[in-house]
Design a protein around this ligand. Sequence first.
Ligand code: 5CA
Length: 444
Amino acid sequence: MYISKSFIPILKNTPSEAKIKSHQLMLRVGMIKQSSAGIYSWLPLGFKVMKKIEKIVREEQNKIGAQEILMPTIQSSEIWKESGRYEDYGEEMLRIKDRQDREMLYGPTNEELVTDIFRSSVKSYKSLPQLLYHIQWKFRDEIRPRFGIMRCREFYMKDAYSFDINDEEAFFSYNKFFLSYLKTFKRLNLTAIPMAADTGPIGGNLSHEFIILAETGESKIYTDKRIFDLDSEGTKLEKKSLEDLRKKYDQFYSVTDEKFDKDEFEKKVSEKNRLQTKGIEVGHIFYFGDKYSKPMGGSVDLPGGKKDFVKMGSYGVGVSRLVGAIIEAKYDEKNEVMKWPISVAPYDIAIIPVMSKNDNSTLEKANNIYLELNKYNLSAIIDDTDENFSSKIKKMNLIGAPYQIIIGKQTDGDLLEFKEVGNDSQNLKLKDIINIIIEQKAKN
Ligand code: 5CA
């Protein structure tokens, strides 16, 4: 793809309304465009990244046996009246009337709708567990939308729901999502730590938020530094193995603001391990038993002939928020250099021909490299403009492809100037460059 033909409306300067670096970069490099307060259009660069994040989220959901569905954005108020949340949800819910004067709403979350789908088809314990998820736009009329797509009104979320016969099985489901979240965020090159959290309007009494550390985050967190040394390596998708994983994480004091207790923190965490900082919530999981299945009549036949309400949990990932969260974690704003993790990069590689006007032979070289990369399924963007080298590099550093090939005077014979963003350049053959990138991609 030529940069001159791409819809990447880069701005010369950072817009002053953007207060945090993800918002600054996303506007600067034309990933999004605000359409009204807290509502954004996603332009090609931003959309590419979000779709790659979505793909990873989806793959990790599928791996734990969750099944994908797609529920609508518009819901009827009836089911929310059944659960009792229609009034409780308050001003954040966007309420709409249709031409028949029926009360509708733009879904802020889907516990009611998925319970309605479940109750109409599943009648027996034999069909349990059921893990259903969808990836769909949500609307919450946030009182103070801010920081671009980090806290906006319309956002893209993966929400999953589990249905089980009893608490024990429901915790098993909960722990499957716990594992799947650790794996998802790792593939996105993020260190997200699970923290005991409040349940808010979703309800229930067991909940973890997955938080990545960032000074600009909105969540205050209190944690034991040792939790950063843990990982999910070796965890099997079995009850005991998953329980052990949860225990391993839960043994360390790690909570969000609402759950914070100073005495407990000081008692459980030695001074040298205490960390009090801020973070971004990228995922949130909840267990709430029969909070929705009971009022809405979501029950199944049990082995002995009795009936019981199914035990449910819900599991959210902020897919659109993750685009910003990755920028917060990876963007070096001082030097204006973004390096996307290869797993979600909008392009794998930037080709930067250094050429004067009408220098067709350098551009042709760039084209040939582009075609060769394509053969190996590597995506590239060529700066085909006649701008000078430093402005080309600046632009590509903002776009954030993790690798660059510079075709200039030094390019001699088979050797190309190759650079992993942030490292020194080296002269390599195209074949070797391709191997390096393929190897990096395979790790994800
Ligand atoms: N039903 C549950 C779980 S599916 C639920 O809605 N959970 S939530 O409210 O915590 O949202 C899930 C995730 O969506 C959050 O962890 C966050 O990453 C993202 N999110 C929530 N509100 C916003 C918002 N206003 N802007 C961007 N992302 C948001």
